[in-house]
Write a protein that binds this ligand. Sequence first.
Ligand code: NAD
Ligand code: IPM
Ligand code: MN
Length: 359
Amino acid sequence: MNGLPRKIALLPGDGIGNEVVAVGRKVLELYQERRSLPLELWDLDLGAERYLRDGTTLPQEIFEEIRDRCGAVLLGALGDPRVPNLEHARDILLGLRFRLDLFANIRPCKALDDRLVPLKGKGASDVDFVVFRENTEGIYVNVGGNFKKGTPDEIAINEDINTRKGVERILRAAFEHAKLHGKRTVHMADKSNAMRQSGDLWQRAFAEVGKEYPEIAGKHAYVDALCLYLVQDPKRFEVIVTNNLFGDIVTDLAAALHGGLGVACSASIHAGKTPKVGLFEPVHGSAPDIAGKDLANPLACVLTVGLLLEHLGYAGELARIEGVVAEALRTGNCTREVGGTLGCAATGAFVIEQLRRAL
Ligand code: NAD
Ligand code: IPM
Ligand code: MN
């Protein structure tokens, strides 16, 4: 337990976000019922549907309520083909990450079943690492502009922002995680051979922060080579730390190593000393290609609820939830893309039933 409020904002968002958060909500309700956790669930009608209806993205009073009175947000996904410039997603998703200063996007990559590892000759024991993605800077800050737009001489500029403070704190969060979990290595991935100034800052900060953790080996990999090594030999990685954009790309690749986006969970937190509201989302998007067809895998969202409960101070619940998810995968009580026969709702029902027995 910690001092965080027990109020949880549920923001299903768009597409399959609605289907998977419906399952995540049931998991939280089960904890209320079986464990008497004093969780207060607050449903938010925000996303493309609402934006198209009345132009609302993230109202200031909702933002403040989240910031001041919630312990966590469970977000499904944002993105809808009817909003091509993703304006609502920028305000809501990036708005929450940036304005709440949730600088550590933590994306565990842990195979829960041998069958889900697509690499020849490799199994679950080969894939168990975590990516620390910087979540408040980089190319995502929307600093830039256009010149001569729409003409043959058009110029488009997106600035890549790297601050010493921002780089240092995500590196430290990665080393702290390694220390806490008895890991021996932290890999920092950059592109310092091409991106000279930012690469130089990351390199120097990595060397300096690394000195504070003599028991952990700080290793470097260029991000392109990291992608190669992840596929060739994922076992060599324990903790990876990288910038916002590289972290986004690497974690989709990493998801493919342990079953795909349907099982990849994430937490965005302000990894400081005082616990603050966190944002919890599956790594996947709104998947318009399968939305509304009961095909979405809810297990990424269920695991994300595990991360959320840990954040609120309920230690051990992620492991319990992982056990139940592993059972769904082992017995084929899961969706088709991970080798099962069920739809989203039925997979959710199986998980809830198993969890009910475990609680
Ligand atoms: P996506 O993650 O939505 O889908 C990529 C592929 O993975 C699709 O084939 C999809 O069917 C499959 N997939 C994703 N989640 C799945 C699940 N739970 N079960 C089974 N299959 C699953 O990525 P995309 O298609 O590139 O993006 C769609 C929209 O989502 C875009 O608007 C994008 O910007 C947005 N997006 C939002 C978030 C977020 O809100 N956190 C994350 C990623 C993408
Ligand atoms: C993710 C998504 C987002 C990101 C998009 C929707 C802006 O891909 O959470 O991985 O790039 O951070
Ligand atoms: Mn992504």
